[in-house]
Write a protein that binds this ligand. Structure first.
Ligand code: UD1
Length: 416
């Protein structure tokens, strides 16, 4: 089994362009099914989750091909409305196909999506949004069947779920009349999905606020769409340089999407400058503890950046408290970080990170996507070599983490 070998102790210096956002591209690819034409997704990151999504698209009858950095989806012909279990299992976000396929075909059949790595991840809000639009949803033996003529309606989400907001937006495009989604998620990736849908001819307004309004039933067509930069990948590299020390500049990212992360890093003693299309961080590697970090829906501190920020603070002076409010089981990287000498205590939703003088290299295992990235960030500031196993988790969300970090001067390589 391959691993990433990280030799710690070098500052990160240099600049790079951050990949397109994983959490944008997956719903956008699902939405391309509804276009009935050819969609060009510019700057599409080559991730294993993107490969799974293109497999699903092909299974549904679409054609997909790469042209350099662009992924093209031809959805002229959709021949199926079922997604088999082995594809659904591979990633949680496959559930967004429910709204897209229902919208295009009037029915959809999927098995329950995979993804239990962060604790239970129910889809009740997705299903209730579809029911509100008039779909009949039934579940038997783990298979979900949705069908029905959709009509615009008011959907009130009991919490601002990203995936449920996206599913509701897609289904609403195929529903006659007006849909209002209340208490919608406000993440930048929702705005990116709205931009994509509008380029396809849909009428969607309000993304980025808590109320999204969709005028359904508009004829859709193919489009050309450039993805926003991945704010979590950017946060990973910023946190890595903060912990190891260095001077890096990340391009292709909107600083406003990162403000809670950059604020935390500044509090810890890093110098950060945001320019129009780039963010620059300087760190001596000697950080201090910061005020409690509480993960929340956007614009709060992102749960996806919790593990990498924790890695940055492992050697900081003092104790930082983390409160994970989004998922039940999102501290699985902690046991691995402890193997490297970290001092972290957890109880329920809370983790207390007390800075240590030094971390040491160790053999560790990626427990999930962002937790895996945090182990690399910790390895970059540790004495000796850290070997991070189960790299498949990391490849789900980072197109080329080894190449990117090497471009910043890190000593990282893949070992068979
Ligand atoms: C998305 C992101 C993921 C991020 C998460 C939270 C994608 C592909 N993934 O995941 O990286 O960590 O947002 O920012 O965009 N919930 C329910 N019922 C539901 C749906 C959600 O109770 O039907 C709960 C979840 O258990 C969780 C919370 O709502 O506690 C937020 O989840 P949600 O925003 O839906 O996350 P995802 O869309 O799965």
């Amino acid at each position: 089994m391959s691993c990433f070998a990280v030799e710690g102790g070098r500052p990160l210096v240099g600049e790079l362009t951050v990949q397109g956002a994983k959490n944008s591209v997956l719903p956008i690819l699902a939405a391309s099914v509804m276009s009935g034409g050819v969609c060009r997704i510019r700057g599409c990151p080559r991730l294993s989750d993107v490969d799974t999504t293109t497999e699903i698209l092909r299974h549904l009858g679409c054609e997909t091909r790469w042209e350099g950095e662009d992924l093209l989806v031809d959805a002229t012909c959709v021949t199926g409305c079922q997604i088999p279990e082995h594809l659904m299992r591979r990633m949680r976000s496959s559930v967004i196909f429910l709204g897209a396929v229902l919208s295009r075909c009037g029915r959809a059949e999927i098995s329950y999506p995979g993804g239990c790595e962060l604790g239970p991840r129910p889809i009740d809000l997705h299903l209730s949004a579809l029911r509100t639009l008039g779909a009949a949803v039934c579940e038997r033996c783990g298979v979900l069947r949705c069908a029905g003529k959709l009509r615009g309606a008011e959907i009130v989400l009991s919490l601002p779920s990203v995936g449920a907001t996206e599913n509701a937006m897609l289904a609403a495009c195929g529903a006659e009349g007006t849909t209002m989604i209340c208490n919608a998620a406000r993440e930048p990736e929702i705005c990116d999905l709205q931009a994509f849908l509008r380029s396809c001819g849909a009428s969607v307004h309000g993304a980025g606020s808590s109320t999204i309004v969709v005028e359904g039933g508009k004829p859709l067509h193919g489009c050309d769409h450039g993805l926003i930069g991945d704010r979590i990948v950017a946060s990973t590299y910023l946190a890595s340089a903060a912990g190891a020390g260095g001077d890096i500049c990340l391009r292709g990212i909107d600083c406003r999407h990162l403000s809670t992360v950059t604020t935390a890093l500044m509090q810890s003693g890093c110098e950060i400058r945001c320019e129009e299309d780039c963010v620059r961080l300087r760190s001596t590697g000697k950080l201090r503890a910061i005020a409690p970090v509480r993960t929340c829906p956007y614009p709060g501190f992102p749960t996806d950046a919790q593990a990498v920020l924790m890695a940055a603070l492992l050697r900081a002076e003092g104790t930082t408290m983390f409160v994970e409010n989004m998922f039940d089981s999102r501290y699985r990287h902690v046991a691995e970080l402890r193997r490297m000498g970290a001092d972290i205590r957890t109880e329920g939703r809370v983790a207390l990170v007390s800075g240590v003088q030094e971390l040491h290299g160790a053999q560790v295992c990626a427990t999930d996507l962002r937790g895996g990235a945090a182990l690399i960030a910790a390895g970059l500031q540790a004495r000796g070599i850290t070997r991070v196993g189960k790299t498949a988790h990391i490849r789900r969300g980072y197109a080329d983490i080894v190449g990117d970090l090497r471009r910043l001067g890190a000593e990282v390589r893949e070992e068979p």
